[in-house]
Design a binder for this molecule. Sequence first.
Ligand code: NAI
Ligand code: MG
Length: 422
Amino acid sequence: MNVPTPPTQSDSESDQANNRGSTLATYGSRLAIESKDSILSPIASSRSRPRSIGAATESADVIVTISDYRIALLPGDGIGPEVTESACALLNAISALDPSLTFQTEELPWNAEFYLASGAMMPADGMTILAQFDAIFLGAIGDMRVPDHIALRQLIFAIRQGFNQYVNLRPIKLLHGVETPLRDRGPEDLDMVIVRENSEGEYSGIGGTLFGGSVDEVALQTSVFSRRGVERILRYGFELARAKGRPLSSVSKGNAQNFSGVLWDGIFNEISAEYPDVTSNNLLVDAAALHLVQHPEKFGVIVASNLFGDILSDLGAALVGGLGFAASANLNPERTFPSMFEPVHGSAPDIAGKDVANPVASLWATGMMVGHLGRPDWERAVISAIEDVLAEGRIRTPDLGGHATTKEMTSAILGTLRSPEA
Ligand code: NAI
Ligand code: MG
């Protein structure tokens, strides 16, 4: 596989011949386990198959095909390792309940300590190492001893851009048992997903400084909006809205950003015409922030640029219980490269090492990973288990007003997890 070095963008389409995974093995009479579309990746799903390592059991009529996935774990800093432990426990629990799914995890210690020892957030061949995995799970990055812009750019942004993970999906869903700060609103009002452009826009990383440290200091941070980049993210959003039967809101700032915003809005007009069955509108980002608070029920799929999507997803997280509930998937929809799954929160140094971090965002992101790998039924089962424990209300971490530890809350959720067929 052709592995680009960050921050070079790869041309995923030209690499499609190298599509990940191999065909399911079929044995005897046919009942192979099919890879079903993930509810969150409508474009991606039909294109890949889990790697099969062969038939585990074979009887006259039933064949179980084991799908074995290699998962790279990047626990990172602060509470990252604690919530990654929860993610691993979930993968083990799923395998225990479903012998057709196995996960081989490998921990890669690329964090602040690694940077302080080596001068970089990942080794020179880091992207080649990661490319061999089916998916990546990231805990969180951030440590006072390493400047944030270096740590995040050298690891998270390098992976998102290098693996062309141009879709950042962030579900904003109020679970039963969680309080929203919005008065008289419930789970039926808050159920949406943010589709954030994840590879260019305001976070392209292009720019420079002049006269550093002097009174004449100048910084340029260039936003990059390509027709190709805007088209594919909007198209992804429309496909998702169509699959979910929900409205789509395109968020931009075309009145002030007279180049990039106008390009975005023009492409939105073109693509929306291709989806007459999807109700869609175009919102200015400031108005979108207002409407999210006043009329959250009107939102289904929100498509936004890198910066706007980032900001709106924190607002969205606040509406559904806080960062402890914000999960995120960085998807390479063509599956040329592995996708990366992570909680939205950072390393939370104020609570690190205390076993009090809310594990929900991490468990939810893990569920999304399993969904992306071809088992959306398990993704739904994970969300149900989380919701059951929250609705019961007995075991909660301190951010939810409880006294439970990360481990206790993880155990409670895993203990509630049921096989989707059960
Ligand atoms: P943060 O998300 O780490 O923490 C913000 C607040 O939310 C803190 O009070 C923290 O205790 C709380 N919090 C976060 N996750 C929680 C959880 N699972 N359960 C309970 N409470 C939780 O953001 P902050 O403090 O601005 O940044 C800390 C470090 O993380 C910085 O170095 C920052 O650059 C980095 N960061 C990394 C991200 C990533 O790895 N994707 C994302 C955001 C920040
Ligand atoms: Mg953010």
